[in-house]
Design a protein around this ligand. Structure first.
Ligand SMILES: Cc1ncc(COP(=O)(O)O)c(C=O)c1O
Length: 362
Protein backbone atom coordinates (compact mmCIF):
# COMPACT_ATOMS: atom_id res chain seq x y z
CA UNK A 1 0.00 0.00 0.00
CA UNK A 2 1.14 3.53 -0.71
CA UNK A 3 2.44 5.43 2.34
CA UNK A 4 2.20 9.20 2.02
CA UNK A 5 3.32 11.20 5.07
CA UNK A 6 1.88 14.65 5.83
CA UNK A 7 5.44 16.06 5.90
CA UNK A 8 8.74 14.73 4.58
CA UNK A 9 11.84 16.85 5.30
CA UNK A 10 14.68 15.98 2.93
CA UNK A 11 18.27 17.21 2.56
CA UNK A 12 20.02 16.99 -0.80
CA UNK A 13 23.72 16.62 -1.59
CA UNK A 14 24.09 20.43 -1.63
CA UNK A 15 22.98 20.71 2.01
CA UNK A 16 25.16 17.76 3.04
CA UNK A 17 28.25 19.19 1.34
CA UNK A 18 27.60 22.67 2.78
CA UNK A 19 27.42 21.25 6.31
CA UNK A 20 30.60 19.25 5.79
CA UNK A 21 32.39 22.42 4.64
CA UNK A 22 31.38 24.18 7.87
CA UNK A 23 32.45 21.21 9.99
CA UNK A 24 35.82 21.11 8.22
CA UNK A 25 36.25 24.88 8.71
CA UNK A 26 35.99 24.63 12.51
CA UNK A 27 33.75 27.75 12.55
CA UNK A 28 30.56 26.18 13.90
CA UNK A 29 29.06 29.41 15.23
CA UNK A 30 29.47 33.15 14.68
CA UNK A 31 31.40 32.43 11.48
CA UNK A 32 30.90 33.81 7.98
CA UNK A 33 28.18 31.42 6.83
CA UNK A 34 25.46 32.98 9.02
CA UNK A 35 26.25 36.41 7.57
CA UNK A 36 26.19 35.02 4.02
CA UNK A 37 22.83 33.35 4.63
CA UNK A 38 21.41 36.57 6.12
CA UNK A 39 22.50 38.53 3.08
CA UNK A 40 21.01 36.04 0.64
CA UNK A 41 17.76 35.85 2.60
CA UNK A 42 17.38 39.64 2.79
CA UNK A 43 17.96 39.79 -0.97
CA UNK A 44 15.36 37.11 -1.57
CA UNK A 45 12.79 38.89 0.62
CA UNK A 46 13.66 42.29 -0.92
CA UNK A 47 14.39 43.85 2.48
CA UNK A 48 17.36 45.78 3.84
CA UNK A 49 18.16 43.53 6.80
CA UNK A 50 17.80 39.90 7.84
CA UNK A 51 18.91 38.62 11.25
CA UNK A 52 19.25 34.86 11.71
CA UNK A 53 18.12 33.27 14.98
CA UNK A 54 17.78 29.77 16.40
CA UNK A 55 14.01 29.31 15.85
CA UNK A 56 10.86 31.11 14.77
CA UNK A 57 9.63 31.70 18.31
CA UNK A 58 12.89 33.49 19.11
CA UNK A 59 12.36 35.58 15.96
CA UNK A 60 8.92 36.68 17.19
CA UNK A 61 10.16 37.35 20.73
CA UNK A 62 13.10 39.40 19.46
CA UNK A 63 10.89 41.33 17.00
CA UNK A 64 8.43 42.36 19.73
CA UNK A 65 10.90 43.01 22.54
CA UNK A 66 13.19 45.05 20.27
CA UNK A 67 10.21 47.22 19.33
CA UNK A 68 9.81 48.02 23.03
CA UNK A 69 6.77 45.82 23.73
CA UNK A 70 6.61 45.10 27.45
CA UNK A 71 4.45 44.89 30.57
CA UNK A 72 1.17 46.80 30.31
CA UNK A 73 1.10 46.56 26.52
CA UNK A 74 -1.45 44.68 24.44
CA UNK A 75 -0.73 42.89 21.17
CA UNK A 76 -3.56 41.75 18.91
CA UNK A 77 -3.00 38.26 17.47
CA UNK A 78 -5.24 35.87 15.52
CA UNK A 79 -6.58 32.99 17.60
CA UNK A 80 -6.27 30.52 14.73
CA UNK A 81 -2.51 29.92 14.54
CA UNK A 82 0.32 28.00 16.16
CA UNK A 83 0.70 28.83 19.87
CA UNK A 84 3.99 30.73 19.39
CA UNK A 85 2.08 33.60 17.72
CA UNK A 86 0.69 34.38 21.19
CA UNK A 87 3.33 33.11 23.62
CA UNK A 88 5.91 35.50 22.14
CA UNK A 89 3.71 38.33 23.46
CA UNK A 90 3.57 36.79 26.93
CA UNK A 91 7.36 36.31 26.82
CA UNK A 92 7.62 40.12 26.67
CA UNK A 93 5.38 40.49 29.73
CA UNK A 94 2.65 41.93 27.48
CA UNK A 95 -0.89 40.62 26.91
CA UNK A 96 -2.06 38.83 23.76
CA UNK A 97 -5.56 39.92 22.70
CA UNK A 98 -7.26 37.41 20.43
CA UNK A 99 -8.82 38.44 17.12
CA UNK A 100 -11.03 36.13 15.08
CA UNK A 101 -10.16 35.02 11.56
CA UNK A 102 -11.76 35.09 8.13
CA UNK A 103 -13.77 31.89 7.46
CA UNK A 104 -12.53 31.60 3.86
CA UNK A 105 -8.85 32.49 4.16
CA UNK A 106 -8.28 31.49 7.83
CA UNK A 107 -6.19 34.66 8.39
CA UNK A 108 -6.75 37.56 10.82
CA UNK A 109 -10.08 39.35 10.29
CA UNK A 110 -9.40 43.12 10.12
CA UNK A 111 -12.89 43.93 11.48
CA UNK A 112 -12.39 41.70 14.49
CA UNK A 113 -8.94 43.23 15.07
CA UNK A 114 -10.37 46.75 14.73
CA UNK A 115 -12.80 46.17 17.60
CA UNK A 116 -9.98 45.14 19.95
CA UNK A 117 -7.79 48.25 19.79
CA UNK A 118 -7.35 50.11 23.08
CA UNK A 119 -4.94 52.77 24.23
CA UNK A 120 -2.63 49.93 25.32
CA UNK A 121 -2.45 48.28 21.89
CA UNK A 122 1.14 48.50 20.71
CA UNK A 123 1.24 45.92 17.94
CA UNK A 124 -0.71 43.54 15.73
CA UNK A 125 0.79 40.24 14.61
CA UNK A 126 -0.72 39.03 11.34
CA UNK A 127 0.00 35.43 10.39
CA UNK A 128 0.49 34.38 6.76
CA UNK A 129 -1.21 31.14 7.70
CA UNK A 130 -0.54 27.90 5.79
CA UNK A 131 1.44 29.94 3.23
CA UNK A 132 -1.30 32.45 2.35
CA UNK A 133 -0.68 36.18 2.97
CA UNK A 134 -3.06 37.78 5.46
CA UNK A 135 -4.94 40.89 4.37
CA UNK A 136 -2.03 43.24 5.01
CA UNK A 137 -3.38 46.61 3.79
CA UNK A 138 -6.31 47.00 6.23
CA UNK A 139 -4.22 45.70 9.16
CA UNK A 140 -1.39 48.12 8.35
CA UNK A 141 -3.89 50.97 8.08
CA UNK A 142 -5.36 50.12 11.49
CA UNK A 143 -1.86 50.01 12.96
CA UNK A 144 -0.95 53.37 11.43
CA UNK A 145 -4.20 54.91 12.75
CA UNK A 146 -3.49 53.66 16.28
CA UNK A 147 0.26 54.26 16.40
CA UNK A 148 0.92 50.55 16.64
CA UNK A 149 3.39 48.41 14.73
CA UNK A 150 2.55 45.52 12.42
CA UNK A 151 4.59 42.33 12.73
CA UNK A 152 4.32 39.58 10.12
CA UNK A 153 4.40 36.02 11.42
CA UNK A 154 5.88 34.58 8.23
CA UNK A 155 6.83 31.22 9.77
CA UNK A 156 4.79 29.33 7.15
CA UNK A 157 5.12 31.57 4.11
CA UNK A 158 8.69 31.86 2.77
CA UNK A 159 8.37 33.35 -0.71
CA UNK A 160 4.66 34.24 -0.56
CA UNK A 161 3.65 37.44 -2.36
CA UNK A 162 1.06 40.04 -1.33
CA UNK A 163 -0.07 42.43 -4.07
CA UNK A 164 3.21 42.10 -5.93
CA UNK A 165 5.46 42.37 -2.86
CA UNK A 166 7.31 39.57 -1.11
CA UNK A 167 6.05 39.10 2.43
CA UNK A 168 8.52 39.86 5.25
CA UNK A 169 9.06 43.54 4.46
CA UNK A 170 5.47 44.76 4.70
CA UNK A 171 5.49 45.91 8.33
CA UNK A 172 7.98 46.69 11.09
CA UNK A 173 9.41 43.15 11.08
CA UNK A 174 8.86 39.76 9.48
CA UNK A 175 9.47 36.55 11.44
CA UNK A 176 10.31 33.28 9.72
CA UNK A 177 10.75 29.73 11.01
CA UNK A 178 13.04 27.13 9.46
CA UNK A 179 11.71 24.11 11.34
CA UNK A 180 12.17 20.91 9.24
CA UNK A 181 8.57 20.73 7.97
CA UNK A 182 8.54 24.36 6.80
CA UNK A 183 8.86 25.40 3.12
CA UNK A 184 12.61 25.63 3.74
CA UNK A 185 14.67 24.51 6.72
CA UNK A 186 17.89 24.95 8.70
CA UNK A 187 17.07 22.14 11.16
CA UNK A 188 15.78 24.49 13.87
CA UNK A 189 16.09 28.14 12.94
CA UNK A 190 14.45 31.47 12.26
CA UNK A 191 14.97 34.89 10.68
CA UNK A 192 13.78 38.44 11.30
CA UNK A 193 13.49 40.69 8.26
CA UNK A 194 13.13 44.47 8.35
CA UNK A 195 13.82 47.65 6.42
CA UNK A 196 14.51 49.65 9.61
CA UNK A 197 18.25 49.95 10.28
CA UNK A 198 18.01 51.06 13.95
CA UNK A 199 15.51 48.31 14.68
CA UNK A 200 17.81 45.73 13.04
CA UNK A 201 20.63 46.86 15.34
CA UNK A 202 18.36 46.50 18.41
CA UNK A 203 17.42 42.98 17.30
CA UNK A 204 21.07 42.03 16.78
CA UNK A 205 21.80 43.14 20.33
CA UNK A 206 18.77 41.36 21.77
CA UNK A 207 19.67 38.01 20.22
CA UNK A 208 23.30 38.26 21.39
CA UNK A 209 23.22 38.91 25.17
CA UNK A 210 22.44 42.61 24.83
CA UNK A 211 26.00 43.12 23.69
CA UNK A 212 26.80 46.46 21.99
CA UNK A 213 30.50 45.74 21.58
CA UNK A 214 32.61 42.81 22.69
CA UNK A 215 31.88 42.08 26.38
CA UNK A 216 29.97 45.34 26.82
CA UNK A 217 26.30 44.70 27.58
CA UNK A 218 23.84 47.58 27.42
CA UNK A 219 20.58 45.66 27.85
CA UNK A 220 19.24 42.26 28.84
CA UNK A 221 19.51 39.95 25.89
CA UNK A 222 19.31 36.29 25.01
CA UNK A 223 21.44 33.82 23.14
CA UNK A 224 19.18 33.29 20.14
CA UNK A 225 21.94 32.96 17.55
CA UNK A 226 21.81 30.56 14.60
CA UNK A 227 24.76 28.21 14.10
CA UNK A 228 26.83 28.23 10.92
CA UNK A 229 25.85 24.60 10.48
CA UNK A 230 22.18 25.61 10.31
CA UNK A 231 22.95 28.59 8.07
CA UNK A 232 24.81 26.33 5.61
CA UNK A 233 21.70 24.17 5.29
CA UNK A 234 19.55 27.31 4.95
CA UNK A 235 21.65 28.85 2.18
CA UNK A 236 21.45 25.62 0.16
CA UNK A 237 17.70 25.38 0.81
CA UNK A 238 17.10 29.01 -0.19
CA UNK A 239 18.47 28.28 -3.69
CA UNK A 240 15.80 25.58 -4.04
CA UNK A 241 12.94 27.49 -2.39
CA UNK A 242 11.19 28.76 -5.53
CA UNK A 243 11.33 25.27 -7.05
CA UNK A 244 10.02 23.67 -3.86
CA UNK A 245 7.20 26.23 -3.64
CA UNK A 246 6.32 25.68 -7.30
CA UNK A 247 5.90 21.98 -6.59
CA UNK A 248 3.67 22.74 -3.57
CA UNK A 249 1.55 24.98 -5.81
CA UNK A 250 1.35 22.26 -8.48
CA UNK A 251 0.12 19.80 -5.84
CA UNK A 252 -2.46 22.27 -4.51
CA UNK A 253 -3.70 22.95 -8.06
CA UNK A 254 -4.16 19.22 -8.56
CA UNK A 255 -6.27 18.91 -5.38
CA UNK A 256 -8.31 21.97 -6.39
CA UNK A 257 -9.10 20.42 -9.77
CA UNK A 258 -9.69 16.83 -8.70
CA UNK A 259 -11.22 16.76 -5.21
CA UNK A 260 -14.93 16.47 -5.88
CA UNK A 261 -16.87 15.55 -2.78
CA UNK A 262 -19.90 17.18 -1.24
CA UNK A 263 -18.89 18.45 2.16
CA UNK A 264 -15.18 18.83 1.42
CA UNK A 265 -14.33 22.50 0.89
CA UNK A 266 -10.99 23.25 -0.77
CA UNK A 267 -8.99 26.29 0.43
CA UNK A 268 -9.75 29.70 -1.09
CA UNK A 269 -6.91 31.80 -2.42
CA UNK A 270 -6.65 35.53 -1.89
CA UNK A 271 -6.74 37.51 -5.15
CA UNK A 272 -3.48 39.17 -6.29
CA UNK A 273 -1.43 37.03 -3.92
CA UNK A 274 0.85 34.03 -4.25
CA UNK A 275 0.01 31.28 -1.76
CA UNK A 276 2.99 28.97 -1.07
CA UNK A 277 0.95 26.12 0.46
CA UNK A 278 2.85 25.27 3.57
CA UNK A 279 -0.31 23.28 4.22
CA UNK A 280 -3.25 22.35 2.00
CA UNK A 281 -6.16 22.68 4.42
CA UNK A 282 -9.66 21.54 3.53
CA UNK A 283 -12.81 21.95 5.59
CA UNK A 284 -14.69 18.74 6.39
CA UNK A 285 -18.23 20.01 6.85
CA UNK A 286 -21.38 18.37 8.19
CA UNK A 287 -22.44 17.62 4.61
CA UNK A 288 -19.64 15.06 4.29
CA UNK A 289 -20.46 11.38 4.70
CA UNK A 290 -18.34 10.91 7.86
CA UNK A 291 -16.85 12.91 10.69
CA UNK A 292 -13.42 14.47 10.29
CA UNK A 293 -11.96 12.02 12.80
CA UNK A 294 -13.45 9.03 10.99
CA UNK A 295 -12.24 10.44 7.68
CA UNK A 296 -8.69 10.77 9.01
CA UNK A 297 -8.79 7.20 10.34
CA UNK A 298 -10.04 5.89 6.99
CA UNK A 299 -7.33 7.78 5.10
CA UNK A 300 -4.69 6.48 7.50
CA UNK A 301 -5.88 2.93 6.77
CA UNK A 302 -5.23 3.69 3.09
CA UNK A 303 -1.70 4.96 3.83
CA UNK A 304 -2.56 8.67 3.54
CA UNK A 305 -1.20 10.88 6.31
CA UNK A 306 -3.30 13.85 7.45
CA UNK A 307 -3.16 16.33 10.34
CA UNK A 308 -5.29 18.97 12.04
CA UNK A 309 -3.83 22.48 12.03
CA UNK A 310 -5.05 23.41 14.62
CA UNK A 311 -7.46 21.45 16.83
CA UNK A 312 -7.71 24.08 19.60
CA UNK A 313 -7.77 27.82 18.84
CA UNK A 314 -5.27 29.72 20.96
CA UNK A 315 -7.92 31.61 22.96
CA UNK A 316 -9.24 28.22 24.13
CA UNK A 317 -5.84 26.78 25.08
CA UNK A 318 -5.64 26.09 28.83
CA UNK A 319 -2.87 28.65 29.17
CA UNK A 320 -5.07 31.46 27.75
CA UNK A 321 -8.73 30.46 28.20
CA UNK A 322 -9.18 32.28 31.51
CA UNK A 323 -9.02 35.58 29.58
CA UNK A 324 -12.47 34.65 28.20
CA UNK A 325 -11.93 35.74 24.57
CA UNK A 326 -14.55 34.74 22.00
CA UNK A 327 -13.55 33.89 18.43
CA UNK A 328 -16.42 31.85 16.96
CA UNK A 329 -14.91 31.45 13.48
CA UNK A 330 -11.62 30.13 14.89
CA UNK A 331 -13.56 27.72 17.08
CA UNK A 332 -15.60 26.49 14.13
CA UNK A 333 -12.54 26.05 11.93
CA UNK A 334 -10.73 24.08 14.63
CA UNK A 335 -13.50 21.48 14.45
CA UNK A 336 -13.52 21.31 10.62
CA UNK A 337 -10.01 21.71 9.19
CA UNK A 338 -7.85 18.86 7.92
CA UNK A 339 -4.49 19.05 6.13
CA UNK A 340 -3.63 16.80 3.18
CA UNK A 341 -0.04 16.06 2.07
CA UNK A 342 1.10 18.93 -0.18
CA UNK A 343 4.87 18.89 0.41
CA UNK A 344 7.24 18.82 -2.60
CA UNK A 345 7.89 15.08 -2.43
CA UNK A 346 4.25 14.12 -3.09
CA UNK A 347 4.25 12.63 -6.59
CA UNK A 348 1.59 12.93 -9.31
CA UNK A 349 0.80 9.25 -8.82
CA UNK A 350 0.25 9.86 -5.10
CA UNK A 351 -1.93 12.91 -5.78
CA UNK A 352 -4.13 10.81 -8.06
CA UNK A 353 -4.29 8.03 -5.46
CA UNK A 354 -5.30 10.49 -2.70
CA UNK A 355 -8.00 12.17 -4.83
CA UNK A 356 -9.35 8.86 -6.16
CA UNK A 357 -9.44 7.43 -2.64
CA UNK A 358 -11.39 10.42 -1.33
CA UNK A 359 -13.73 10.70 -4.33
CA UNK A 360 -14.54 6.98 -4.28
CA UNK A 361 -15.22 6.70 -0.53
CA UNK A 362 -18.79 5.65 0.20
C1 LIG B 1 2.62 30.40 12.58
C2 LIG B 1 3.85 30.01 13.35
N1 LIG B 1 4.43 30.92 14.15
C3 LIG B 1 5.54 30.64 14.84
C4 LIG B 1 6.15 29.40 14.78
C5 LIG B 1 7.32 29.12 15.64
O1 LIG B 1 8.45 28.68 14.94
P1 LIG B 1 9.49 27.67 15.62
O2 LIG B 1 8.83 26.34 15.71
O3 LIG B 1 10.65 27.68 14.66
O4 LIG B 1 9.85 28.22 16.94
C6 LIG B 1 5.61 28.44 13.95
C7 LIG B 1 6.25 27.12 13.80
O5 LIG B 1 5.77 26.07 14.02
C8 LIG B 1 4.42 28.74 13.22
O6 LIG B 1 3.83 27.82 12.44
Amino acid sequence: MMQIPIAQPRAGEEEIEAVIRVLRSGMFAQGPVVAEFEEKFSGYCEVNHAIAVNNGTAALHAALASAGIGPGDEVIVPSFSFIATATCVSMCGARPVFADVDPSYFTIDPESAHALFTRSTKAVIGVHLFGQPFDVDPIRELCNDHNAIMIEDAAQAHGAIYNGKKIGGLGKGGCFSFYPTKNMTTGEGGMITTNDTDYAAMIRRFINHGQSEKYRHTSIGYNYRMTDIGAAIGAAQLKKLDGLNARRLHNADYYDRHLKRTGIVVPERRKDCTHVFHQYVVKVTRDFSRTREQFMQDLKAKGIGTAVHYPIPIHRQPVYESAGATCPVALDLASQVMSLPVHPLVTDEQLKYICDTINEMM
